[in-house]
Design a protein around this ligand. Structure first.
Ligand SMILES: Cc1cc2nc3c(=O)[nH]c(=O)nc-3n(C[C@H](O)[C@H](O)[C@H](O)COP(=O)(O)OP(=O)(O)OC[C@H]3O[C@@H](n4cnc5c(N)ncnc54)[C@H](O)[C@@H]3O)c2cc1C
Length: 492
């Protein structure tokens, strides 16, 4: 009998897997729970995505629970998944981390390198995701000269194992966001939207049988789960619960990881060309628009973050923290409880965003018995090593702020007193998600084997951010593209 294959999820991994199966001329269907095929044109330049967060229809919330706070986390409601709503910052990561992660899979680093060449391009190549260097300005130069004085070398922010600083890369063409869906556009018409998969049916011989969805039961004998960390983990938990056969010992929750993100904000003495200034001046907005239409490199094709440094703060010869220069300060935080959609401060200002690259703190994902919601508890900084790294990174940021204050560029380091009096308190009340949730369906959690095959079940595979138990990069998009493409090409 010929396989009738279903891919669950037309997100980053789902589209890349479909693209590989399409090249192999295989027959498959793709279901996605998203209600929308596209968002309006206005949101296509990378910078404009921040404003999409004010539109409830295209993005849904699945907030995390941390201490007594709800931390905003977003899940897409459009075909293409997180790629279509993400910040576009591009980084493949570190070879050492990749090699360690690949020990979980029957893939090698050459497969990942091949997938990278196949899927990404720095030129305007058809059917490849385009990468463009971010716009940069005076503030980046100030940042770079501080880092040079500190002995940090200039280097590649896209891929390296060592300390370095440089301009960020973005998934963007000359004008618009570049995503798996926009690059592998033939796949779009194959996606069936608005089909929410609840769980997978397994027959008495441990074979996949089909899926139960909001539109009824559909029969398939091969299923590839690519619904992201939240979606795939949820479907797996429901599947283990609902099938009466004893396929696994009952699992109540799954281990997940997210990179915590803490920002320090700086008020400037005078104008430096930050987004705060552009946002509050009609004239500057007009100039920005004209430059953009003329095809000049501008803020429009960046995410607002323009450069970054990767630092080894615990001296173990592996960078452990990324500090990103963000060219604005916000009222609240992107779509935090107080503001949906971005709201820049009116005064000139910038932020430094700290990301712990490979946090040791482990979170849990479960399904609430009370209201059936997916409960994600990220447990940020429950491991002291993460907290110590963050404190060191804050110290580094304050030193940069002080240097700029001494030469009259910075007017004020916002919340400096609070940071000095109670740095741990500041960290815990100001930590947000990096939106890089991984894990849930990992080999470490006992869900899959080295071939991405769900343990003890025939013809059920998982490949998306949920199969990664550690971070290979400061950003998870390019790693998911490469891992899922390599899986579909070499293992399926
Ligand atoms: C707001 C935000 C900003 C980010 N910024 C960056 C960044 O700047 N740089 C970077 O590298 N990474 C960034 N990321 C992370 C990156 O985009 C993701 O890690 C990566 O795209 C995840 O891919 P995935 O295939 O695992 O999941 P997704 O791309 O989320 O795909 C999952 C798909 O499954 C579908 N689905 C879920 N449940 C079901 C179900 N039950 N039935 C059917 N379909 C279902 C969803 O609709 C979705 O289309 C960001 C993420 C977010 C949310």
């Amino acid at each position: 009998m010929r396989d009738k294959t279903l891919i669950i999820g037309a997100g980053t991994a789902g589209i890349c897997i479909a693209n590989e199966l399409f090249k192999k001329k295989e027959d498959f269907e793709i279901f996605d729970t998203a209600e929308y095929k596209n968002y309006p044109f206005f949101f296509k330049p990378p910078l404009m995505i921040g404003f999409l967060f004010g539109r409830d229809n295209f993005i849904k919330e699945n907030n995390f629970y941390f201490n007594d706070r709800e931390i905003p986390y977003y899940i897409p409601n459009i075909i293409g998944g997180s790629s279509e709503i993400n910040g576009c910052v591009h980084s493949l990561g570190s070879e050492k981390s990749w090699r360690k992660t690949l020990e979980d899979f029957n893939l090698n680093f050459e497969d990942i390198k091949y997938a990278y060449e196949e899927n990404f391009s720095k030129d305007q190549k058809k059917e490849k995701i385009q990468i463009r260097e971010s716009f940069s300005n005076d503030l980046d130069d100030d940042f770079f000269s501080f880092l040079t004085k500190r002995g940090v070398p200039y280097g590649n922010t896209e891929f390296s194992d060592t300390e370095r600083f440089g301009t960020l890369k973005n998934n963007s063409g000359q004008f618009f966001r570049s995503t798996p869906l926009s690059s592998f556009y033939k796949i779009k018409k194959l996606v069936k939207k608005d089909i929410h998969v609840n769980n997978i049916s397994i027959d008495n011989n441990f074979n996949v049988d089909g899926v139960f969805t909001n539109k009824g039961f559909f029969k398939f004998n091969k299923i590839i789960l690519a619904a992201g960390s939240i979606g795939s983990s949820r479907i797996i938990l429901n599947t283990f619960l609902s099938n009466k056969i004893n396929i696994q010992k009952p699992i109540k929750d799954l281990a997940i990881k997210d990179q915590p993100n803490v920002r320090i904000k700086f008020k400037l003495n005078s104008q430096k060309g930050t987004l705060n200034e552009i946002y509050s001046s009609t004239f500057k907005r007009l100039i920005l628009g004209i430059n953009y239409l003329a095809g000049k490199r501008s803020f429009f094709t960046s995410s607002g973050a323009t450069s970054a440094v990767y630092l080894d703060l615990d001296n173990d010869e592996v960078p452990d923290v990324k500090i990103q220069l963000v060219q604005f300060t916000e009222k609240g935080r992107l779509s935090s409880n107080t503001s949906r959609g971005i709201e820049f401060d009116p005064n000139p200002g910038f932020s430094l965003g700290i990301t712990i690259l490979n946090p040791k703190s482990i979170g849990r994902l479960s399904i609430s018995k009370l209201d059936d919601r997916t409960l994600v508890k990220p447990n940020y900084f429950c491991n002291d090593e993460d907290l110590e790294l963050c404190k060191k990174a804050i110290k580094f940021c304050l030193e940069f702020g002080k240097e700029l204050k001494d030469i009259g560029i910075v007017n004020e380091i916002i919340d400096l007193k609070l940071i000095k009096n109670d740095v741990e308190g500041y960290i815990k009340t100001n930590v947000f998600s990096s939106y890089h949730l991984i894990g849930g369906c990992t080999l470490e959690n006992g869900i899959i084997n080295k071939n991405f095959n769900v343990t003890d079940l025939n013809n059920l595979f998982i490949c998306d951010a949920s199969v990664m138990s550690d971070f290979v990069s400061s950003n998870s998009h390019a790693p998911v593209v490469c891992l899922s493409s390599a899986f579909a090409k070499n293992i399926l």
